[in-house]
Design a protein around this ligand. Structure first.
Ligand SMILES: Cc1cc2nc3c(=O)[nH]c(=O)nc-3n(C[C@H](O)[C@H](O)[C@H](O)COP(=O)(O)OP(=O)(O)OC[C@H]3O[C@@H](n4cnc5c(N)ncnc54)[C@H](O)[C@@H]3O)c2cc1C
Length: 494
């Protein structure tokens, strides 16, 4: 491989793909995307567990400039997203830019040359500009439970599903009841001999308007002028209200508590046993952590072959799991639905990044609280951009936000090209003003208004911050295209 590129992008998920498409449109062509997967799509490449699907409507979960009309459901299954990624790579001629099965292990800014020195599992590289598109949910979290390595049965994480493990007739345990577990549990319960669900924190689960889109509906979507745009508009409005709306404007939406009431009513209608129902009822405000949407999850707990264990796990043994109260669960297969490392310093970013003066980005965020200008750039780390850095994500469809960060990055790089700058860095003043604004908006968010203490939510950093963009999607879109270019310092080497 060439050892120097104008732009290196870490990650060939939708952030990497979308950003590369927009950079190419702006005339940048010396781009290398690096991914440790052996194909494109990021989470949709890695997550192939039974039932994997999007949890916001597909009309929103796609690029605005590449709207598909062949989704088979209103909430597409994961394999359709994987195919969509492959189609984008082919259509926008990205294959020649991507290096798969390669992990970026370290990056350091070389001040004399204004270049990033990048170490990978397959050799060293350099780049003028580096874009981290490594994803917020790409580094699996394996729980540090005593004895986990002693388990004599088979063990797998939901995001690294082993399709060679046959679950039929097996005694299966699943640790975790987050978004992936909600999708897996109803799928595997009918085939296993017994399923024990180990729950630490119950999840708010809401019904999902998940409808099949038959061939005729798909044909109409592509043939009727304006049909795709209308479907997208309705979908965007729904997503905007249910995710960023409730999260960031909680204090301003009259009657917002009705949503939680409706969720309770849905739970009551699904689960027959009052004791199980009580165990499945969250004791934190809806919105403190990402709720799930599924029509079959809650009623799976009515099945004879499903046990909900809420006692804390004491240890994993060779035969299964023992809880603090001494309950022994004998298992053949253990599934870790334990999610991802999100704001941990070894996950965000997923490799050490040394900026100006050698400062480490993970340590910097961990020590001085997460901060970045519009989620895209951090003072002290010149020529380095993040698609989902701190205060980049507002809870809406990632796609709209990928397009916003790509617009921001392209705008900065176009300005650098025009000014023949070799170094670009966001000013401390612009970054601090942005973060102060984010903090000032915090009081109206559900994270501050609601009872979140028991949520065990990955939204919160160890400092108690929720580094989400406290803004509507249209505001983010507008600001990513109209921020003052003076918020960046453009410099020339030498
Ligand atoms: C199961 C699941 C379902 C989801 N469903 C939804 C949904 O319905 N709606 C929604 O809005 N969001 C959803 N998300 C969130 C999802 O993270 C985003 O929607 C989106 O896919 C993020 O895209 P990305 O390209 O930023 O990251 P990713 O898709 O995670 O891609 C990042 C890629 O970078 C690679 N990478 C990371 N670090 C390195 C490194 N050091 N070296 C080399 N490669 C590296 C990763 O392996 C990965 O392939 C879901 C996430 C998961 C896990």
């Amino acid at each position: 491989m060439n050892t120097h590129h104008d732009i290196v992008i870490v990650g060939a998920g939708f952030s990497g793909i979308g950003t590369a498409i927009k950079l190419r449109e702006a005339g940048f062509d010396d781009i290398l995307l690096i991914d440790d997967a052996d194909g494109p799509g990021g989470v949709w490449h890695w997550n192939t567990y039974p039932g994997v699907a999007v949890d916001i409507p597909s009309f929103s979960y796609q690029f605005s400039f590449e709207q598909a009309s062949n989704w088979t459901r209103t909430y597409a299954p994961g394999r359709e997203l994987k195919h969509y990624a492959e189609r984008c790579v082919a259509k926008y001629d990205l294959a020649r830019h991507i290096q798969y099965s390669t992990r970026v292990t370290r990056a350091e800014f070389d001040e004399p040359s204004d270049r990033w020195a990048i170490e990978t599992s397959r050799g060293d590289l350099s780049a003028r500009w580096m874009i981290h598109a490594g994803g917020p949910l790409s580094q699996p979290s394996r729980p540090a439970i005593d004895g986990i390595d002693d388990f004599a049965g088979q063990i797998m994480h939901t995001s690294r599903w082993d399709h060679d493990i046959d679950l039929a007739g097996q005694r299966v345990g699943i640790i975790g009841t987050g978004a992936s577990a909600v999708q897996v549990i109803p799928e595997i319960a009918p085939e296993v001999a017994h399923l024990t669900v180990f729950q630490r924190t119950p999840i708010w689960c809401l019904p999902k308007p998940d409808l099949a889109l038959p061939r005729a509906a798909r044909a109409a979507l592509s043939a009727v002028p304006g049909a795709k745009s209308a479907a997208r508009l309705v979908s965007q409005a729904f997503v905007e209200f249910t995710f960023p709306g409730i999260a960031h404007y909680y204090a301003r939406i009259p009657g917002v508590g009705q949503v939680e009431k409706a969720a309770r009513a849905w739970l009551a209608s699904q689960v027959r046993d009052p004791e199980t129902r009580a165990k499945l009822t969250p004791d934190y405000t809806l919105g403190c952590k990402r709720p799930s949407f599924h029509n079959g999850y809650l009623k799976t707990f009515n099945r004879e072959n499903v046990t909900l264990e809420t006692d804390s796990i004491a240890r994993v043994t060779a035969d299964g799991i023992r809880t603090e109260a001494g309950n022994e669960h004998t298992l053949d297969v253990l599934i870790l639905a334990t999610g991802f490392k999100v704001t941990d310093k070894d996950a965000m970013p997923s490799y050490p990044v040394a900026g100006r003066g050698g400062a480490d980005l993970g340590d910097h965020w961990d020590t001085y609280r997460h901060h970045a200008y519009q989620g895209v750039s951090t003072a002290g780390f010149p020529n380095y951009f993040t698609t989902f850095g701190p205060y980049g994500y507002n809870g809406a469809s990632f796609f709209t936000l990928i397009e916003a960060s790509a617009a921001h990055i392209v705008r900065v790089l176009e300005a650098a090209r025009e000014r023949e700058a070799s170094r670009v860095e966001v000013t401390e003043a612009a970054q601090e003003a942005f973060i102060a604004d984010m903090h000032a908006r915090g009081h109206r968010q559900v994270f501050r208004q609601g009872a979140c203490a028991n949520a065990n939510s990955y939204y919160f950093t160890r400092h108690g911050d929720v580094p989400f963009r406290a803004a509507t999607t249209p505001e983010i879109q507008w600001k990513s295209r109209h921020f003052p270019l003076d918020d960046y310092a453009f410099m020339k080497a030498g």
